[in-house]
Write a protein of this length. Sequence first.
Length: 394
Amino acid sequence: MNMPRKPRFAELAERVAPEGTDPWVLHWEARQAAAAGQDVIVLSVGDPDLDTPAAVIDTAVERMRGGDTHYTETAGRPALRAAIAARHTARTGQSVTAENVIVLGGTQNGLFVASLCLAGPGDEVIALDPMYATYPATIKASGAKLVPVATPAERDFHTDLAAVEAAISPRTRAIFVATPNNPSGVVLTEEEVDGLAAIARRHGLWLVSDEVYAGIADGGRVPSLGARLPDQTLTVASLSKTHAMTGWRTGWIVGPVDFISRAHDLAQCMLYGLPGFVQEAALTALAMADECEGKVREYCRQRREVLYAGLQGIRGIRACWPQAGMFMLIDIRATGLGGEEFVHRLYRAEGVSLLDGAPFGAAAQGFVRACFATDEAVLVEATHRIRRFCETLP
Ligand SMILES: Cc1ncc(COP(=O)(O)O)c(C=O)c1O
């Protein structure tokens, strides 16, 4: 008699599985412990300790009660697409309209759509390393090979354009960057952006620019790849960080119309539109963008200083000043511990949850990442605990 055969999973399921130890396991353990009232400090995730603006919630509730709970246009409502386009133009100087915008479920969803629309099996995709920890799976989901290009600590995590060019092969389709970067907080300079645009133009490559933190960088803007190479750049962003709206899953891609049409086809069989009440709330949020971004920017600026100051003079570690964003890399190489061991031992000893840098790429190996988007007193206490922990190390 034939033994029943076990059904199998797709190769995709393997490609998106985390490599090595899942860095989020400790984070979720810490979150649960905090929720259960234990004395732990969670600095392992970039979710601002701020509330979504009340007007945004009011809009969502009113629209939900008013019956705005049905299907919507897959690419997003025209008014929201137009508002995103206007905000993008104001921020970057790139002239775009609603036709250049697709509304998606957060930056992460936008990165995934970009990945699937731009590359596939046999292709290669370059990403600047360190990179946000979801990038490897996001890129590999398409079947393409991820080619990391180090932006090493010795260059203060800035781009080596010659190394980018050297990594290009006939199979390269796209270059993924985040500016400001997570975890390093680096904002790509005018020269880096000019150089990357020139490389992409020369080799006929797509640029995917993750600008989820751009609105909270100094002055609310960063040098824009989209403004330099509009026909080959996809700018991905969301309301998550700028408006303390991580749970609303409201993001977008701004790009050339032919790309938006492809992304629409994919979204049609994948997301099928964001809820109408969420889109209307997003319109309210965008109308308050200056105010919201200014608030989060100032909030992050103050807390970055508190964390940086508190980490000075601790034996074996060195805080790296981030230009923008919500994260700080801490060089722990002189402690003799690896990142994973450091974060586990710190958590067990002092109840402070940080993330190992290694899952963000080889260039962040020997570093740990702390999120400073939280209460100042909590940050101060975290630095006391980190100091105490480091003093116990040989
Ligand atoms: C660089 C980067 N890109 C994308 C995301 C995901 O953002 P969203 O909530 O918009 O999906 C994050 C979240 O931390 C991030 O740091």
